[in-house]
Structure formats: C-alpha cells, structure tokens
Write a protein that binds this ligand. Structure first.
Ligand code: KIV
Length: 273
C-alpha cells in the first residue's frame, strides 16, 4: 500500500492495524530493495553523517548532502513514502526552514521532512513548512542534532520534569500539524503515555515496543558497521564480516588469476560489450 500523509494521520482510527515499519536508507540500491519489500516508510536520516560519511556527529551534515542522498533514495524507491531529515542548522529560523525545506522537498521528491526538537523556534519552522504544503514528521527524546547540549546519547523521560516536558512537546507538535512523531530513546512508560495521548502515530527507536511503529538504522539492523550497534538493536546479519570475507575471497581469486594468466590478456577482451 502506498502511504499518504492523510492515511498516516488517520491510522489510529483503524481497527486491527499493524505496526508501521520504517527503515533508514541512504543509497539507490538499498532503496530499490526497500521499494520491492513490504516496508511502510523510508527515512533518509541525517544518521547518514555517521554511518555513510564517517562524521563524528550529525551536526556536520549539510543540506547539499541530504539532497544528494535523498534524491538517490527517491530514485530507487519511487513507490515508498519517504521522509528526509532536515540537517542541523537548516531550520534555525523560519526563513531558513522555508528556504531549505522547499529546496530539499522539491529537489528530492520526498513525501515529508523531519525536524528534531520542539522549542518555540522549531514549532514556528514546523508551522511555516506545513502551511506551505510540506508534510512534517516530528522527532523528540534523544535528538542527535542537540548532542552538544544534551551531553551524550542516553534514555530520556526518566524524571517527572522530563516526562512533562516531552509530553508537552509531543502535544505541541501534534497541534502544529505533524503527521508522525519519532520517539528516540524515551522510556517505555513515557512512550506509552505519548502514544495513548496523541491521535497521530508514534514511531519508536530504542523506546520500547509500545509505539505505533518502529524505526531502525538499516546499517545497524544488517550489522554493516565496524562497531557494535546501539544496545536496543539486535542485528539480523553481519554484513561487515561478510564484506571482509568477500574482499578476502576476491584477493585470493585475483592472486590465482595473475599467476595463471601471466602474459595472456585474451581472457579479458570484450567483457564490457
Ligand atoms: O537520522 C536518523 O536515522 C534518525 C533515526 C534514528 C530516527 O533520525
């Protein structure tokens, strides 16, 4: 089924609904596989800064990079509802949000843009985008673009004050018109409270199994990185090891060929016809 903003916003009125599934994606080939799959939603997360570009934090990701990777994903997955992250600083004011949001939305063909946080400035940016016709996804709890202010990666919503603040942020984002709300590393108790309170779907990552949907960074799910993924993600594959094995196999095979074909290039002719 092809999701639309309207279907997503009405999801909670449906009986017997399944959990929404969302995976991140950053490239054309993975997007093509996701396009063939039953995944509901794709997120071109600014986590591409960590897993694809090797930056230390997502704060280093630029709008140009989000356009390049977002467009590649959309070319591979034209049938999927695709959300693209607005990167750090690109919505620091209403004017910037509009300028960058319109650019990102038009150049990539995304179905929605995602912004982190819910302070007054961000709520104004969300409002400006939505009133222009750009669907927006919210994201609260652990918000990596605020890494330097939050002081690390940890679970949010443990104290009463934090709970009240996050619940209030969730309600304000809903009122501002977001279509979905991502809850990252929020306690299961608070995830449940927010999910019960809101009429729009919540999508959790590291926030228990009580949200309306789940999202994971695909590289974590596939075990693609040199380091272990966050503790809430249980990888289903070890692609990193498989890559090492494939590289070794290639080297061994190539070494055998060099010896066998010394002085004879005929085997390599016309391969690229
Ligand atoms: O950038 C990202 O991948 C995200 C997910 C972790 C939700 O925002």
């Amino acid at each position: 089924m092809k999701w639309t903003t309207r279907k997503l916003r009405n999801l909670k009125t449906k009986q017997d609904r399944k959990k929404l599934t969302m995976l991140t994606c950053y490239d054309f080939q993975t997007a093509s596989a996701l396009n063939q799959s039953n995944i509901d939603l794709i997120l071109v997360g600014d986590s591409l800064g960590n897993v694809v570009l090797g930056y230390e934090t997502t704060c280093q990701v630029s709008i140009e990079e989000m356009i390049t990777f977002g467009s590649a994903v959309k070319r591979g997955a034209p049938d999927k509802f695709t959300v693209i992250d607005m990167p750090f600083g690109s919505y620091a004011s209403e004017d910037l949000a509009l300028k960058n949001g319109i650019l990102l939305f038009q150049k990539t063909g995304a179905e929605a843009l995602k912004l982190e946080g819910a302070n007054d400035k961000i709520l104004k940016a969300v409002d400006a985008l939505i009133s222009t016709g750009i669907p927006v996804v919210g994201h609260i709890g652990l918000t990596p673009q605020f890494f330097h202010q939050q002081g690390g990666y940890f679970t949010h919503g443990k104290t009463k004050e934090e709970k009240n603040l996050l619940l209030d942020q969730a309600k304000k984002l809903e009122q501002a018109g977001v279509s979905l709300l991502v809850l990252e590393c929020v306690t299961t108790e608070l995830s449940q409270m927010i999910t019960d309170e809101l009429s729009i779907p919540t999508i959790g990552i590291g926030s228990g199994n009580v949200t309306d949907g789940q999202v994971l960074v695909i590289n974590d799910l596939l075990g693609e990185g040199p380091k272990a993924p966050p503790s809430f993600c249980r990888p289903v594959k070890n692609f990193y090891q498989e890559k090492l094995d494939a590289i070794d196999a290639f080297i061994n095979e190539a070494n055998k060929q060099v010896t066998k074909n010394k002085g004879d290039q005929s085997e390599y002719e016309n391969i690229y016809n």
